[in-house]
Design a protein around this ligand. Structure first.
Ligand code: THU
Length: 127
């Protein structure tokens, strides 16, 4: 699956975002090394800390289905610019897809980052 197709899936997933508090929709699509895609959207809660981001929804859906190997994650939002994953999502992405690509799409433009570019000097298990 190419980046355009993955972005398209993220845009479709964004339609399901539940965002009564922020009004800010996010969609994500995660590609496994075997070519299967898992999507996610952000889901908010009146107890704000219970909100989950689109990226983690997609990752946790995939992991809970037994997937362990990922290559790309596309992220889109309702803003008319690129949206970067939050710090917590970066840490989760680093845990499960440390060598993958993060594809950010907004306002007709695509930017691609490695995980280590977005989370340099990450906390790891070498303590
Ligand atoms: N959000 C995401 O879904 N992903 C991010 O990486 C940044 C933030 C969501 C959470 C919340 O529903 C809304 O955006 C505003 O913070």
């Amino acid at each position: 699956m190419d980046n355009k197709q993955l972005i398209k899936l993220a845009l479709k997933a964004m339609e399901n975002a539940y965002v009564p508090y922020s009004g800010f929709k996010v969609g994500a699509a995660l590609l496994t090394s075997e070519g299967k895609a898992y999507t996610g959207c952000n889901i908010e809660n009146i107890s704000f800390g219970a909100t989950i981001c689109a990226e983690r929804t997609a990752m946790f859906k995939a992991i809970s289905e037994g997937e362990t190997s990922f290559v790309k994650l596309a992220v889109v939002s309702s803003a008319d610019k690129i949206t970067f994953p939050c710090g917590i999502c970066r840490q989760v992405i680093n845990e499960f897809m440390p060598n993958g690509e993060i594809i950010l799409y907004g306002n007709g433009k695509t930017e691609i980052y490695s995980v280590s570019e977005l989370l340099p000097h990450s906390f790891d298990n070498e303590f």
